[in-house]
Write a protein that binds this ligand. Structure first.
Ligand SMILES: N[C@@H](CCC(=O)N[C@@H](CS)C(=O)NCC(=O)O)C(=O)O
Length: 155
């Protein structure tokens, strides 16, 4: 059975592992950003969190929504909607042994577009900047899916 280190001799798999890890870490960073805004703006979703932050004061005042927190949460949700399909479809695509240049192009376009999508969402930049970044990343994943189906279609 092939061990992991020999699997990683494949340059396409190494490229996939690199870019998948970057976008997953970027997605995980959105949790930290949400926590940062919650703590600095004292905005909580759970009574026990509000009570801990209120330190004996009126916890009910801290149970509210805030536009900055909600914006980061929407950005995080959008990452989940897009990064999870990229990671799944990207892995299958990698297993179809595409050429390195095409694979790198897909991975880089997706990763770049998601980083810029976050910038556009959090600043925020005027539309259509965010919409454009979203659609570019979306079609990078669709393009890998089409390539998989063209190569291995077995109904
Ligand atoms: N779930 C998304 C589906 C469409 C989408 O992802 N649109 C992009 C470009 S406009 C986006 O950034 N949507 C904002 C969001 O998901 O919060 C939505 O509700 O908007």
């Amino acid at each position: 059975m092939a061990n992991l280190s020999s699997l990683m001799d494949s340059e396409v798999l190494r490229a996939y592992a690199t870019y998948a890890t970057i976008v997953l870490l970027k997605m995980m960073l959105m949790s930290v950003a949400t926590a940062y805004f919650r703590i600095t703006k004292k905005v909580f979703a759970n009574p026990e969190d509000a009570r801990a932050a209120a330190k004996g004061g009126d916890a009910r005042k801290l149970l509210k929504t805030d536009e900055d927190v909600e914006r980061v949460r929407r950005c995080h949700l959008n990452d989940i909607e897009n990064v999870v399909p990229f990671v799944a479809i990207g892995l299958i695509y990698t297993l179809t042994n595409p050429d390195l240049a095409s694979a790198l192009l897909h991975f880089r376009i997706f990763t770049g577009s998601r980083l810029l999508h976050t910038v556009a969402y959090l600043l925020p930049l005027p539309q259509p900047s965010r919409g454009l970044m979203w659609i570019i990343g979306y079609f990078a994943t669709i393009s890998m899916a089409v390539s998989i189906l063209r190569g291995v279609l077995y109904l």
